[in-house]
Design a protein around this ligand. Structure first.
Ligand code: GLA
Length: 402
């Protein structure tokens, strides 16, 4: 799927705004992308390293003040009508069928001291919903940037990312980490970001894949993070951390590590058999080894060793599949088909899991063969028809000028 030119998206959005709110006078446009995570899954909330890249698939918002002190009116190209909430009663927005992410972000901006007044906003998104490509983060971050700029907030990208994460945690009930919002706010075209989720230190790494491309394969089984096992996994790793600290203390260490990803693979080896619950033990093994794989993956990618990078992707998939149990029938079927394709150097699930997409590194001249080969096998196994996107990386959140 080729992303449409930004001019077309702006034009569509402008028309949609006019149809709902009368005119387009004084409109400003902002965009924030979805992301693909290359490796480092389910460890952002354990203080780990992650390696995402922003996509060209994004959410655009057209916005302007509406002259009221506190009325927010929201619309989108794909939904009918207008959703309204009052800034003085933001809690009421929880009952909206759409607009929760925006309300949560507005609440966070107010908490940061920004004097948010009434505004009208219309959204257009090309990030497939529920596909593990961070459509929700792209809504949060585009809203955060747009509303903050409109009302003189002048937040930087990291502050916007953190506000988006808090909105999702406290208003939308998903206890997510910082990876998605960070990638959406801070992404850079043709680069992936290696992000230390403990310190928020980050580095851009050129995404040079030679004669290979990234293909996202969408299982078209939607994941629903809130309803899924995501929050359960968070509880399990919190228990895992307590266990590791307990074991560490029993060895005479007075100041145990504060996050799971601070444990080395050697410490893991030493302590893990004393973790009492086998499920918790599996989760901890995934987290600690995944963190080590990210370090290695960044190193080999920078050295241009694509085969080794692909091999780490495969190992990461097996870890999240068998130890973290965050894949499911559809993702497994997609992965199993991809890794038997000659020309695919690496594949894994990406994002929260339990549905959504796999990320695949495929020879550029074999893209059509890959889609045919994997698509046929995936449909035979699951009955679902998949979608494939040749992935282009893009920039993080920004204002669009026309
Ligand atoms: C979702 C969350 C992220 C991260 C991933 C798994 O996308 O929003 O914070 O935990 O799952 O890596």
């Amino acid at each position: 799927m080729k992303e449409q030119p930004v001019e077309n998206k702006i034009l569509t959005l402008k028309k949609a705004f006019e149809a709902r709110f009368g005119s387009s006078e004084g409109l400003r446009f902002f965009a924030a992308p979805g992301r693909v995570n290359l490796i480092g899954e389910h460890i952002d909330y354990c203080g780990g390293l992650v390696f995402p890249a922003a996509l060209t698939l994004d959410t655009l918002v057209a916005i302007r003040k509406n002259g009221t002190p506190s009325t927010v009116r929201l619309a989108a190209t794909t939904i009918d009508g207008i959703r309204t909430f009052d800034i003085n009663n933001i809690e009421d927005a929880r009952s909206l069928d759409w607009g929760n992410y925006q309300a949560g972000v507005v609440r966070e901006l107010i908490r940061l001291g920004i004097d948010v007044g009434g505004f009208d906003a219309c959204y257009l998104t090309t990030v497939p919903f529920g596909a593990g490509l961070s459509s929700s983060a792209s809504i949060e971050v585009s809203t955060g940037l747009a509303v903050s700029e409109l009302f003189g907030g002048k937040l930087n990208g990291v502050e916007i990312a953190l506000a988006g994460q808090r909105a999702e945690n406290t208003f939308c009930g998903v206890n997510c980490g910082i990876m998605d919002q960070f990638a959406s706010a801070m992404g850079k075209k043709d680069h992936a970001i290696v992000l230390d989720c403990n310190t928020l230190d980050y580095k851009y790494v050129p995404l040079e894949l030679g004669n290979h491309v990234i293909i996202l394969a969408n299982t078209c089984k939607k994941h629903a993070l809130g309803a899924s096992k995501y929050n359960e996994r968070r509880r399990e790793v919190a228990e895992g951390l307590e266990e590791m600290q307990r074991i560490e203390k029993s060895r005479g260490v007075s100041e145990p590590h504060k996050t799971l990803c601070e444990y080395s693979v050697e410490e893991l080896r030493d302590y893990m058999c004393e973790i009492s619950d086998p499920t918790v033990m599996m989760r901890v093994i995934h987290v600690v080894t995944e963190n080590a794989r990210v370090k290695e993956a960044v190193k080999v990618l920078e050295a241009g060793k694509l085969d080794e990078f692909g091999e780490l992707l495969r190992k990461a998939n097996n870890s999240i599949r068998y130890l973290y149990e965050a894949t499911g029938f559809e993702l497994d079927a997609m992965f199993d088909a991809a890794v038997t394709f000659d020309g695919c150097v690496g594949a894994r699930m990406t994002g929260g899991g339990f549905g959504g997409c796999t990320v695949n590194i495929v020879a550029a001249d074999r893209v059509e063969d890959f889609k045919e080969y994997v698509g046929t096998r995936y449909t035979a196994a699951t009955g679902n028809v998949p979608e494939f996107y040749v992935c282009e990386t893009g920039d993080g959140a920004r204002e669009l000028f026309i």
